[in-house]
Design a protein around this ligand. Structure first.
Ligand SMILES: [Zn+2]
Ligand SMILES: [Zn+2]
Length: 319
């Protein structure tokens, strides 16, 4: 339950301030800025099948009518794939600011909102939590050149229990999804379990905390609807979309679904939170980040991981 989870917040170690370093992957300075995936996928392969915004009620917030304001000097990755956010750059970081209002329908908006939807109990297994989503403005400062701590992330470290490792992501909003929704780690207080808590997820696999912060702990069709809208993926169903990118964590870890950015399947060995280091290359061949740690949320794969990353791979988390 979130109430216990948040109660523990002041007791948490500061997981974002480690100073150790072993390697320094750097952004590569994309040269082919015009080669976005929308230029390389023929339009007839991009059906608007699951783009819910098309059918949204009058007055509803959607990917198409929300305000997106991304600085022209932001890396192409952020200019291409994020919506409903403001992005600026500083000398050493890309700063993403969001109001955390999802551009899709949710029960948690409340019945008076044009974005309201009834709660689907999905056969009776699911039930809403008592919280209601509220606008929550926050920023994350993603390092331009994240510095690895040098961790080998083992199953002992990825235990789903808060406070068991100094390298855990902090509680609360520690990432931003492509659709401006907060990304949380998958941790719960001792005695609780995200695998139980997930039964309060709405149809976008998200729910609000007691303070109204609406967030993801797992894959969702929300970010994938952005991928469809920007022409970078076909289909928005996690596990079957052609390209599954979800968002970025505060330390620079990028969160994918079952594919890499070019749509290929992950290769090599994934660590205990579905992570590995590799170039982040799009379908046009542009390398957005070289040797970047990223994780794969892919419940449908035999080796897949169901949830967002628990362990912070890079040393600095800008909150
Ligand atoms: Zn939660
Ligand atoms: Zn990968």
């Amino acid at each position: 339950m979130h109430s216990r989870l948040f109660f523990l917040l002041p007791l948490l170690p500061l997981a974002c301030s480690s100073s150790s370093s072993t390697s320094t992957p750097t952004d590569t300075g994309i040269t082919s800025l015009d080669s976005t995936p929308s230029d390389t996928l023929s339009s007839d392969t991009l059906s608007a099948d699951t783009h819910v915004a098309i059918d949204a009620p009058a007055g509803a917030r959607t990917i198409d009518n929300c305000t997106t304001d991304v600085s022209a000097d932001a890396p192409a990755f952020f200019r291409t794939y994020f919506r409903c956010v403001t992005i600026i750059t500083t000398a050493d970081a890309v700063v993403i600011t969001t109001d955390d209002l999802p551009p899709h329908l949710s029960y948690y908006y409340g019945a008076s909102s044009p974005n309201y939807a009834t709660f689907d109990v999905r056969g009776g297994d699911y039930h809403p939590n008592p919280n209601k989503l509220k606008s929550k403005k926050f920023s994350i400062k993603v390092p331009k050149s994240p510095v690895a701590k040098g961790l080998t992330i083992t199953s002992a470290m990825v235990d789903g229990v808060v406070g068991t490792s100094k390298d855990e992501f902090a509680m609360g909003q520690v990432g931003v999804a492509l659709d401006a929704v907060a990304v949380f780690n998958p941790l719960a207080a001792p005695g609780d379990d995200i695998a139980t808590e997930r039964f309060t997820f709405d149809e976008y696999d998200a729910h609000p905390a007691p303070d109204g912060v609406y967030h993801y702990h797992t894959s969702s069709k929300g970010p994938l609807e952005v991928m469809v809208a920007v022409g970078a993926s076909k289909g928005a169903t996690p596990g079957s979309a052609s390209v599954e990118l979800f968002g970025v964590m505060c330390d620079g870890t990028i969160v994918f679904g079952c594919t890499e950015l070019d749509g290929s399947a992950p290769t090599g060995t994934l660590d205990a939170q579905g992570g590995h280091v590799g170039d982040i290359k799009d379908a046009a061949g542009a390398v957005h980040f070289a040797a970047r740690y990223h994780t794969h949320v892919c419940p449908t794969s035999a080796t897949g991981r169901k949830f967002t990353p628990e362990i912070q791979y890079y040393s600095s988390c800008g909150l």
